[in-house]
Design a protein around this ligand. Structure first.
Ligand code: ASP
Length: 478
């Protein structure tokens, strides 16, 4: 008999069906045994009657999280037995039907689960949840988060495809360049002493794709940053990354705003966006008025369905670095992205390297309820301008050449004006799902210390692997 999904049982009242599912919970009343079964589509109560000896006997043995195939008749439940939600009084999912078991087959047994997978999980320590993540992911709340994440990504893909964008994968093994955070590095076996770096973002590749003439690129891209422990950061995270040619700041912002509004209105009809078009706040105003460059402008902070987006613009391009204790001098570094262009009217200041602290960048950040969910800019498409940025940061010519020579040469080969943005997808989904941690929306999340407790990564590697890589540990850091 073909498998029926639990969500479709209500359309099969009076019929004999077969379902494949997990045992959610079993209640043994001696004569009657009730088993709630759960598949990817929903949950339903089944009942084994003593008159059906064989099914009844198996029903008395099954335990939570066993995997079974059940055949039976879908019955309407008598009016007074219909199960209703205690708080709202609404009929529960499949609360008015029941599967009367005719045949029960155990497909696999399960050890008693170390964590409860039916609760919402908030009462369980996070370490235990991450260690047994394949069980933790069974809980309906997390399943919903992961499935909704997929819907959001699919919406983005369809929207951008429709706008003429091409999704292009860029390398994971690339080159270490100073881009803001610390790189994760991968040793080369074929060239001992040389290292790849995992990308902090596809920034350079996406700009090179603009040079290559693709004009509209996007990618659901994994990024890697080896940053110090922060409770709500992940060493690897996902960006919705895009880049466009022949655009100005307004066009990139407008396209993103349209996509964000559509995602909310189509996928979260119960949520309300506070203001459309999204208000624009200058960095200066944000700092003066909200003391933050990611202001929470919600008019009602108790409303879980209120989404207050805003754009923050006109950031300073450079900020002073800490004083060097030896020389007593401080230099300059970029605030956001070294590849950004200054505001057009500030280009002369960059080219003349004057009033460096006053140069404003084309950077735009999109902020939601006090969290930065994305940021981007128009780029320096002239190689001379990009070179000036590195000079201001005090990089000697040889370093500019060795780190960024490829970018300067590419920009000198007919690079169109271009700009883009990247969203922190994990954070965005977290906010939309009213979750408090990005780990609730990432299938296999790591701890705040960057550990994968389930796989036990990072882990040691064998002496043979070390030898092949030409690596010897200096001293183990604990
Ligand atoms: N690559 C930038 C980042 O990761 C985003 C962008 O400017 O497109 O923050």
């Amino acid at each position: 008999m073909n498998r029926t999904y639990i969500k479709d049982l209500k359309n099969n009242v009076g019929k004999t069906v077969s379902i494949s599912a997990w045992v959610d919970v079993r209640r043994d009343h001696g004569k009657l045994i009730f088993i709630d079964l759960r598949d990817m589509s929903g949950r339903v109560q089944t009942v084994a009657l003593p008159s059906n000896k064989e099914a009844h006997e198996i029903a008395s043995k099954v335990r939570s999280e066993w995997v079974v195939r059940a055949e039976g008749i879908v019955n309407k439940r008598p009016e007074k037995m219909i199960s209703k939600n205690k708080e709202t009084g609404e009929i529960e999912e499949n609360g008015d039907i029941e599967l009367e078991l005719k045949k029960l087959e155990v497909l696999n047994e399960a050890q008693t689960p170390p964590i409860d997978v039916r609760s919402d999980g908030t009462e369980i320590g996070e370490e235990a949840r991450l260690k047994h993540r394949y069980l933790d992911l069974r809980r309906p709340r997390v399943q919903k988060n992961i499935r909704t994440r997929h819907k959001i990504i699919k919406y983005v893909r369809d929207f951008l495809d429709n706008e003429g964008f091409t999704e292009i994968e860029t390398p994971i093994l690339t080159k270490s360049t100073p881009e803001g955070a610390r790189d994760y590095v991968v040793p080369s076996r074929l060239e001992n002493g040389r290292f790849y770096a995992l990308p902090q973002s596809p920034q350079q590749y996406k700009q090179l794709l603009m040079v290559a003439g693709f004009e509209k690129y996007f990618q659901i891209a994994r990024c890697f940053r080896d940053e110090d422990t922060r409770s709500d950061r992940q060493p690897e995270f996902t960006q919705m990354d895009l880049e466009m040619s022949f655009v100005e700041r307004e066009e990139v912002m407008a396209l993103n705003e349209k996509l964000l509004v559509e995602i909310v209105t189509k996928l979260y009809p119960n949520k309300k966006i506070q203001t459309v078009p999204f208000p624009r706040i200058s960095y200066k105003e944000a700092m003066e008025k909200y003391k933050s460059d990611r202001p929470d402008i919600r008019t009602d902070k108790n409303d879980p369905n209120l989404l207050a987006f805003c754009w923050v613009i006109d950031f300073p391009f450079f900020e002073k670095t800490d004083e060097d204790p030896l020389t007593g001098r401080s230099g300059w570094t970029f605030t956001h992205n070294p590849f950004s262009a200054p505001k057009p009217e500030h280009m002369p200041m960059l080219m003349n390297k004057e009033k460096i602290g006053d140069i404003l960048t084309t950077q735009y950040d999109v902020v939601l309820n006090g969290f930065e969910i994305g940021g981007g800019s128009i780029r320096n498409h002239a190689p001379e301008a990009l070179k000036k940025v590195f000079e201001i940061m005090g990089y000697p010519d040889e370093q500019i050449e060795s780190n960024f020579g490829h970018m300067l040469r590419a920009l000198a080969s007919g690079a169109p004006p271009h700009g883009g943005i990247a969203w922190g997808l994990d954070r965005f989904v977290t906010l939309l799902q009213n979750e408090s941690s990005i780990r609730e929306v990432i299938a296999f999340a790591k701890t705040g210390e960057g550990k994968d407790l389930m796989m036990e990564a990072p882990s040691e590697i064998s002496e043979k692997q070390m030898r092949e890589l030409g690596i010897e540990l200096r001293k183990k850091k604990k």
